[in-house]
Design a protein around this ligand. Structure first.
Ligand code: GAL
Length: 473
């Protein structure tokens, strides 16, 4: 099977094929880490290529022993399935390595809305944790790798056979070439998430004879029916603005399709175009169907609006648009009455992001953290973590937790199949599509729009953000 996406830029036109022996983008074009435009092209293309599975070889298990030093990792996983999954893997590591102790200095705030700034400060100050959560792609490469803050993990990749276990598209966005053209790997992918999913309360939909919407027009019809019954159609928790930005991200994908959306981040699609205006107009209307208290809620509090306070009670809201960490949240709360559907217009398009952990050059316990990173990258580690998290494993040899362990959910089985079959696009809100500064400008524009929803102002800001990023002329 072969899947491909054509990404055109003013510089090059490249076709990516998921076929054994086909050169990857790094081979076709020397990676210039200084070129933002090129990184945008590579990130988009790499995520597309990720859907192509790689040859599988068995993962070795982690070793034991080591120094009696505490190992500090930082994540933003403090809630629900996020905390449960990470604790499961940390507990396993600490039990297997009694002379080592991994601690998660977690910083609350979905999508790293607080953790990312704190981490950057620590790295800049020369006092980083031994490892930290970082999204693959621009967030990792632009923020930490290009400026030289990370050690490469080539030895772990070689020792564990990871270059054949992680999909090529994933490898492309955790790696960079040095001046001599040699590829080095800079973080260990732990999961792959899907951002563009609508979650809904099944009982509410059945009781009101409604079907999960697959277009925004259907969404508006369904939302009007829900409103008439006194149910908030769409729960949003944007005390971190990223959650609202994800709405826009999904609407853009639906309006432009995979190629059109990818082109936004490579300069091929015009941010000033009429189809972007149409998407922004849809966004404006969607925001009239959200809960009034959205700005005081976190993403998980909004997701919890789908859960009735007691059996048989009406929940506060019927739907939420969120990444599939929401499945981890629902499962963790033992709420089974949820259904899901790709966000309107997003069917067969997987808006992807992935969490990884790297090795800061100034980490104080490199031997210990490398042991932990070995577990994170292994099939065993990924099958411990991901069933709680709502994500699918990044390691292609994972996917079958041992009997007695927590198994993948029905949603996750669906997501694994979609990952292989869908067009893959990179999430902007989760560090994959654009450089961090561009993401910041995107969010600033969204923040203004949420307060004063003027389509022309939003579009002007988005056009300017692409120019400021050096990708649009
Ligand atoms: C994403 C992250 C996910 C999940 C989510 C909500 O950025 O990749 O793992 O944690 O934020 O916090």
């Amino acid at each position: 099977m072969e899947s491909r996406l054509q990404v055109a830029t003013a510089l090059h036109r490249i076709t990516f094929r998921c076929a054994i022996g086909t050169p990857n983008v790094s081979e076709v074009l020397p990676v210039k880490l200084a070129s933002r435009r090129m990184i945008a092209v590579i990130s988009v293309a790499a995520l597309v290529a990720s859907a192509c599975s790689s040859n599988a070889t068995p993962a070795p298990s982690s070793g034991g022993g080591g120094a009696q030093t505490a190992i500090e990792v930082v994540s933003w996983w403090t809630t629900g399935g996020e905390a449960s999954g990470f604790n499961a893997i940390i507990d396993k590591f600490n039990a297997d390595n009694p002379t080592l102790k991994v601690t998660n200095s977690a910083i609350a705030g979905g999508a790293g809305s607080n953790a990312q700034a704190a981490l950057q400060n620590r790295v800049l100050a020369g006092t980083p944790p031994d490892s930290f959560q970082v999204h693959m792609g621009h967030e990792l490469l632009d923020t930490y790798v290009t400026p030289g803050y990370m050690d490469n993990l080539d030895d772990l990749y070689a020792a564990n056979g990871w270059t054949t276990q992680f999909p090529k598209g994933v490898l492309d966005i955790v790696s960079a070439k040095d001046a001599a053209g040699t590829t080095h790997y800079y973080s260990v992918p732990l999961d792959i998430h899907r951002a563009n999913v609508i979650w809904y309360n099944k009982t509410v939909f059945t009781a009101n004879n409604l079907t999960a919407p697959t277009t925004w027009d259907q969404f508006f019809t369904v939302a009007d029916a829900l409103k008439a019954k006194g149910i908030t159609p769409l729960a949003v928790g944007d005390n971190g603005i990223w959650a609202n930005g994800m709405l826009l991200e999904s609407i853009l994908i639906g309006a432009l399709g995979a190629d059109g959306y990818n082109g936004l981040w490579t300069g091929k699609t015009d941010w000033a175009g009429a189809n972007v205006t149409a998407a922004l107009t849809t966004y404006q209307k969607v925001l009239t169907y959200v809960n009034t208290d959205h700005s005081s809620l976190s993403w998980d509090q909004a997701a919890d609006y789908l859960i009735p306070a007691s059996a048989g009670a009406q929940p506060k809201a019927a739907m939420t648009l969120m990444g599939d960490w929401a499945a981890g949240e629902f499962d963790n709360k033992k709420f089974a009455d949820y259904g899901w559907v790709a966000a309107p217009g997003n069917d067969k398009i997987y808006d992807a992001l992935a969490d990884s952990f790297g090795l800061p050059s100034k980490a104080t316990n490199k031997d210990g953290i490398k042991k932990f990173l070995t577990l994170l990258g292994s099939a065993a580690g990924q099958d411990l973590f991901n069933p709680y998290k709502g994500s699918i494993p990044a390691n292609s040899t994972a996917g079958a937790p041992p009997t007695g362990a927590k198994q993948y959910s029905t949603y996750q089985t669906w997501a694994m199949a979609e990952w292989k079959a869908d067009a893959i696009v990179p999430s902007v809100e989760h560090g994959a599509a654009a450089a961090p500064k561009w993401k910041g400008a995107f969010e600033a524009a969204v923040t203004v729009f949420v307060a004063t929803p003027d389509v022309a102002t939003l579009q002007t800001s988005l056009v300017q953000a692409c120019k400021d990023a050096g990708v649009c002329k």
